[in-house]
Ligand binder design. Structure first.
Ligand code: UDP
Length: 330
């Protein structure tokens, strides 16, 4: 398949591009480098530098590349920032996504793979989270992804778009053997911040809240390796042949891991202490989120290779050890 990867120079997109190449597909990257990294673009892969919000640029890309499918990773992903600057999130994650979908419609591209999130569930009524549980986001980031999910359902019905929306739990780890990893600016994610603190390159890690109704008082999350996420995106291709198909999958290991357990994993893997301070809760953080991924396992044959936190942290540690300043291109 020839696949346009929007946000292909970002964290999850760049891992997906490598997996597409490994599986014999032809990725083409669309990125405006607002957050992506030029060094994450592999040699030999065509790159279009444009914004999703630029309909004329999208027309040029779709005219030049007769793609079979679009994967869309080009979104802002900071929960805290989305609370402070919601319009930034609605304009990019929602409005620009509609511009992309409209360009796809004009050019007859009927297959779409969308990065959604467990944040669409808000504070779930039950755990683990199953696909058809009610979705009630508690922050604008989650709401933007849910808005697009709703639009996709309508487009499948009205226009015959075939799509899969993957609700990621906490993407983590790195494919260090292929020279790519996690490099956000600013970095707000737990694992890279804990690793940076262990390396002495970042300040002490602040733990956001120790009074949650969880076994050790810190939030529970489901950390899933970025390469495992990528594999699901390719495994779904076979199901998108039928016009109007709509699929939703939760992607996680199903294993809840607390903030304290992540810190311990970083200490074990690195052999160094992680300096920590304890602070208040961060607005927009639900106490516990972990996935029931039985549907992806059943329908896609997807099973995460990385089943627990330590091996995931190990891949992240190797990347950050080899690239203490990330890609170093900012
Ligand atoms: N977290 C923390 N300190 C930090 C960053 C994150 O305690 O400096 C906690 C956060 O409250 C959440 C978990 O770590 O419970 C994972 O947060 P992250 O930002 O990595 O991912 P999110 O769950 O927001 O997508």
């Amino acid at each position: 398949m020839k696949v346009l990867v929007a946000g292909g120079a970002g964290y999850i997109g760049s891992h997906c591009v490598r997996q597409l190449l490994a599986a014999g597909h032809e990725p083409v990257i669309l990125d405006n480098f607002s957050y992506g990294h030029r060094r994450a673009v592999p040699a030999g892969v065509r790159l279009h530098e444009a914004s999703l919000a630029d309909a004329a640029a999208l027309d040029r890309v779709f005219a030049a590349e007769r793609v079979d499918l679009v994967m869309h990773f080009a979104a802002f992903c900071y929960v805290g920032e989305s609370v402070q600057a919601p319009l930034k999130y609605y304009l990019n994650n929602v409005a620009a996504t509609y511009t992309l979908l409209d360009a796809m419609r004009r050019h007859g591209v009927r297959r779409f793979v969308f990065s959604s999130t467990c944040a669409t569930f808000g504070v779930p009524a039950r755990l683990p989270i199953v696909e058809d549980m009610p979705q009630a986001p508690i922050n604008p980031y989650g709401q933007t992804k849910l808005d697009v999910e709703h639009a996709l359902r309508s487009l499948a019905r009205a226009d015959g778009l075939s799509f899969a929306a993957f609700r990621y739990f906490n993407a983590a780890g790195a494919a260090e053997d292929r020279g790519i990893g996690e490099d956000h600016d600013p970095e707000t994610h737990l694992i890279p911040l804990a690793i940076g603190a262990a390396q002495g390159l970042r300040p002490a890690l602040q733990v956001f809240g120790t009074d949650y109704p969880t076994p050790d008082g810190t939030c529970l999350r489901d950390y899933v390796h970025v390469d495992d996420l990528s594999r699901a995106h390719i495994a779904v291709f076979d199901r998108l042949g039928q016009p109007g198909s709509a699929f939703f999958y939760n992607l996680g290991t199903g294993r809840p891991t607390s903030v304290r357990e992540v810190i311990r994993a970083v200490e074990t893997v690195s052999g160094r202490p992680v300096p920590v301070t304890f602070g208040p809760r961060r607005e927009g953080d639900p106490p516990a989120l972990y996935a029931d991924s039985a549907k992806a396992q059943r329908e896609l044959g997807w099973r995460p290779k990385f089943q627990s936190i330590e091996p995931i942290v190990e891949t992240a540690w190797r990347w950050h050890s080899a690239h203490p300043r990330g890609y170093g291109d900012r």
